[in-house]
Write a protein that binds this ligand. Structure first.
Ligand SMILES: NC(=O)c1ccc[n+]([C@@H]2O[C@H](COP(=O)([O-])OP(=O)(O)OC[C@H]3O[C@@H](n4cnc5c(N)ncnc54)[C@H](O)[C@@H]3O)[C@@H](O)[C@H]2O)c1
Length: 370
């Protein structure tokens, strides 16, 4: 007989943008979620999302929300560079947290946040949603159970539409802290480093290109690099977010190859298995754009809306986290230590590209000079 009492959840959602809404709608359907409060700076957006998720409380101030007595768990879904303040407010309550990736956009902030979470003894996980796609869970199982032998080489190729890059550069006044590796390459990197979790990265080398996003946005188009491990194994990666808006994947298109001593596994996560072609632009999906008439459906990492509900990895991830909070069950979510490691690696790759020289790992926050 199972002896498991489900805990009722009073959920705070800080940042009710695209992800806040997706997660809020999933939470609103979860049987253990008894109360939902929203903090959103933009009043129009707050009103819309509150109505969609049937929120019990709405404010523009995350401190006011996180101080509410009903709150016993929180999702931090603010913009990439705005996670830190709400995390520190939530830590005062010592409640379980689901934090969007990356943990922070600055390595020193990330180290500070990780340390504070560890010291507070809080159960916090970071939203590396792709782990919850079945293909990556199946790949992890094969690597972990030794089907490939010792993994010696991994390759990943992440191809992204420039819609995402422009959206990110538009929202920041510090373009030097926003890079394709830090914001989006981190998803592919997390998947691969999860496969390689038994190994220790010791050095990296990378080069970047900035011909498309450099002139207007002071941004980076693409980064290609290698991460070397202490046992001689190698991760070879390429990441671009400069593809034309008409590229059929609205967001993420990924291919990974994992080579071991006794086996190999290749995973096609490009989403070219479902191709939509229409005569008039669609109003749904990531940043609808009137020039886009062909779409690799499924390329938006959270998933797709279908029959009024989100279907896909962000739904599975959110439900899994709510079960973790409610039932105390373990989940494959990215830990805070892993998330800090992913930021450190993406920053080290960016630094190597700037220096045009190899960088020893781990990179210390004080070495992250621009
Ligand atoms: N896990 C995934 O697959 C995935 C996918 C997309 C985005 N993300 C991550 O989710 C986060 C949010 O992305 P998004 O696409 O929803 O962005 P968004 O711009 O749609 O939403 C962010 C919202 O947060 C609000 N906000 C910012 N600071 C606030 C504060 N202190 N208090 C209240 N509201 C605040 C903004 O007004 C905005 O509405 C980012 O970190 C992003 O990288 C994760």
């Amino acid at each position: 007989m199972r002896d498991r009492k489900a805990k009722g959840i009073g959920l705070a959602i800080v940042g009710a943008g695209r992800v806040g809404l997706f997660r809020g709608e999933v939470a609103a359907r979860h049987p253990q979620v008894e109360w939902i409060g929203i903090a959103e700076k933009n009043p129009e957006r707050a009103k819309l999302v509150a109505q969609k998720v049937g929120a019990d409380f709405v404010t523009a101030d995350h401190r006011e929300l996180l101080a509410r007595s009903e709150v016993n768990a929180a999702i931090i879904a603010t913009d990439e560079h705005l996670h830190v303040d709400p995390i520190f407010s939530a830590l005062e309550r010592k409640i379980p947290l689901l934090i969007e990736k990356p943990l922070a956009t600055d390595l020193a902030d990330s180290a500070r946040v990780a340390h504070a979470i560890r010291s507070a003894g809080v159960d916090a996980v970071v939203g590396y949603t792709q782990r919850f796609r079945r293909r990556w869970l199946a790949a992890k199982e094969k690597v972990q159970s030794g089907a490939l032998g010792d993994v010696t080489l991994v390759t990943s190729r992440a191809f992204m539409n420039r819609l995402v890059a422009i959206d990110n550069y538009r929202r920041t006044d510090k373009p030097e802290t926003i890079s394709p590796m830090v914001i989006s390459g981190t998803h592919a990197l997390d998947i691969v480093m999860w496969m390689m979790e038994a190994k220790t990265p010791v050095e990296c080398y990378a080069r970047s290109i900035d011909k498309v996003l450099g002139p207007e946005w002071k941004g980076i188009d693409s980064t290609a690099g290698m991460i070397m491990f202490s046992d001689g194994s190698v991760y070879h990666l390429a990441m671009t977010w400069s593809l034309p808006v008409t590229w059929p994947a609205a967001v993420y298109s990924l291919e990974v190859g994992i080579v071991g001593t006794t086996g190999v596994l290749t995973i096609d996560d490009t989403h070219r298995d479902i191709v939509l072609a229409v005569s008039a632009p669609q109003s749904e999906g990531y940043l609808p754009d009137k020039s886009r008439l062909v779409d690799f459906m499924g390329s938006y990492p959270p998933g797709d809306m279908a029959l009024g509900e989100l279907r896909g990895p962000m739904r599975d991830e959110t439900e899994s986290w709510l079960n973790r909070v409610s039932l105390g069950v373990p989940t494959p979510a990215t830990t805070v230590e892993e998330a800090h490691n992913r930021l450190m690696l993406t920053k080290a790759l960016d630094l190597s590209a700037r220096r045009r020289a190899p960088v020893k790992l781990p990179l210390a926050p004080e070495d992250e000079a621009y």
